[in-house]
Design a protein. Structure first.
Length: 183
């Protein structure tokens, strides 16, 4: 499984910490530096394109993690959990979250990535996770909402899932960064 992320200059330290956490669990992280786009939402709109490009260049499953994530436990069981699906994503109830996105090496996963990227291009002011949810529905991929441990969000998950031990922990750096780079 290829694990990858992208970061703007403001997120560099977060991406470096993610890399260290991946290494601690024996995984390499492919890191893509990208320039600022002028707002946090526009920066995030690149996620669909990055997943599309990485899916097109890689064999086997790929795992997108937001740059502010931290791997806190082994990811060894993730591929088995996602077997038979084209995509697996974080979720909060029925809401699709895109901080953790696992993509199979299937034609349907590639179709999903292309659709997601096109939606992000057409409407870069709309949150990428909304576009991901719409692309999942439009392409009819087999999708899995991951257990909360795989997209554990600082403050929110602690309140909603107090007994869950995070595997992938998201620090919610966006709360600080939106103010720095603009919404």
């Amino acid at each position: 499984m290829l694990i990858f992320t992208a970061y703007t200059p403001a997120y560099r330290e977060y991406a470096e910490a993610l890399d260290v956490s991946c290494q601690l669990w024996g995984f390499a992280l492919f890191v893509i530096p990208i320039p600022e786009s002028g707002s946090w939402v526009k920066n995030c709109a690149r996620k669909g394109h990055l997943c599309d490009a990485t899916r097109g260049q890689s064999s086997g499953p790929i795992l997108w993690l937001d740059a502010d994530a931290e791997v806190r436990r082994s990811l060894d069981g993730l591929d088995a959990l996602c077997e038979g699906y084209d995509v697996a994503h974080g979720a909060r109830g029925k809401k699709v979250l895109s901080g953790t996105v696992w993509l199979a090496d299937t034609p349907k996963a590639s179709e999903l990535c292309e659709d997601w990227a096109a939606r992000c291009t057409a409407e870069p002011q709309v949150w990428d996770q909304r576009h991901l949810a719409d692309a999942i529905e439009a392409t009819g991929v087999k999708a899995l909402a991951l257990p909360p441990a795989y997209c554990y969000i600082d403050t929110i998950s602690a309140r909603e899932h107090p007994d869950v031990e995070p595997i992938i922990y998201h620090k919610q750096a966006s709360r600080v960064m939106k103010a720095k780079v603009g919404r």
